[in-house]
Design a protein around this ligand. Structure first.
Ligand SMILES: C[S@@+](CC[C@H](N)C(=O)[O-])C[C@H]1O[C@@H](n2cnc3c(N)ncnc32)[C@H](O)[C@@H]1O
Length: 244
């Protein structure tokens, strides 16, 4: 089966050769940085419609994490366009982290549309290194559809544990690698190299749950689900939370 994957990757690579060429020349990344925020805003709105029930259930646990009731301090990694604000409890004070500055304007717009959430800061940074966020300073860390793109899961989860207060929790909702020997796993393998380029570093085949299991949280609640999203290729998801 391996050779079929490689043959199909080659065909796809030829069909998308101009994009790969721009990638090799280093011209694709800046282009991607520009087109990704508006595309992501549109895609996130659609994802929110399809995943509203899952997000409501997941983020329903957030109010209980606030050290001071009604005043949750939250750090959102890879906040994108601020698509999760609608699901945060009233009184949330959020610090947003994203390496792409193109999202800042969209985050501001989302904050205006969701006045129950207060924006503390937009940090243009990668989640692997957050020197501006003090140790044990937040009640909750949130990320959705981000861990597929980070360059080091280990470093990100170390930062998450550092910035969380004891008893605080990390809430995640992420698409992941499909069960082996399924058609979804097969097509994920075929599409992965081109997908990574077009979707700003997103890895379709990441086994994110393994890093979460190794990260040393005191409690891990993790469920594997088939998300009710229209793109079958990203239906395998993990959802849950990890407590420091
Ligand atoms: C697929 S989008 C998801 C956006 C948003 N979380 C949502 O659910 O709509 C992935 C986001 O992760 C961000 N990202 C990529 N690499 C990152 C990193 N190393 N640290 C933090 N954010 C990152 C991207 O800029 C983008 O905003």
């Amino acid at each position: 089966m391996e050779w079929v994957v490689w043959a199909l990757r080659l065909v796809l690579g030829i069909l998308t050769a101009p994009v790969h060429l721009l990638g090799v020349l280093g011209l694709w990344a800046p282009l991607c940085q520009r087109y990704f925020p508006p595309c992501m805003r549109w895609l996130s709105a659609r994802y929110n419609e399809e995943m509203a029930g899952t997000k409501r259930a997941l983020f329903g646990g957030l109010p209980g994490r606030a050290r001071t009731p009604g005043r949750l301090t939250l750090l959102e990694l890879g906040c994108g366009s601020g698509a999760n604000f609608a699901f945060f409890p009233a009184g949330t004070a959020v610090t947003c982290v994203d390496p792409n500055p193109g999202f800042e304007r969209l985050v501001r717009r989302s904050l205006e549309a969701h006045p129950h959430v207060r924006g503390l800061a937009f940090l243009r940074a990668s989640a692997e290194r957050l020197p501006r966020v003090p140790d044990a300073s937040v009640d909750a860390v949130v990320c959705t559809l981000v861990l597929c793109s980070v360059s080091s899961l280990g470093d990100v989860l170390r930062e998450v544990r550092r910035v969380l207060r004891t008893g605080g929790a990390f809430y995640f909702l992420e698409h992941v690698a499909a069960e082996p020997n399924t058609w979804t796993a097969f097509w994920q393998q075929v599409l992965a190299p081109t997908w990574r380029l077009i979707f700003d570093g997103c890895d379709l085949t990441r086994e994110t749950w393994k890093a979460l299991e190794r990260a040393g949280f005191s409690e891990l609640q993790l469920q594997r689900i088939q998300a009710p999203v229209s793109w079958k290729i990203i239906r395998p998801h993990i959802v849950g939370f990890a407590v420091k």
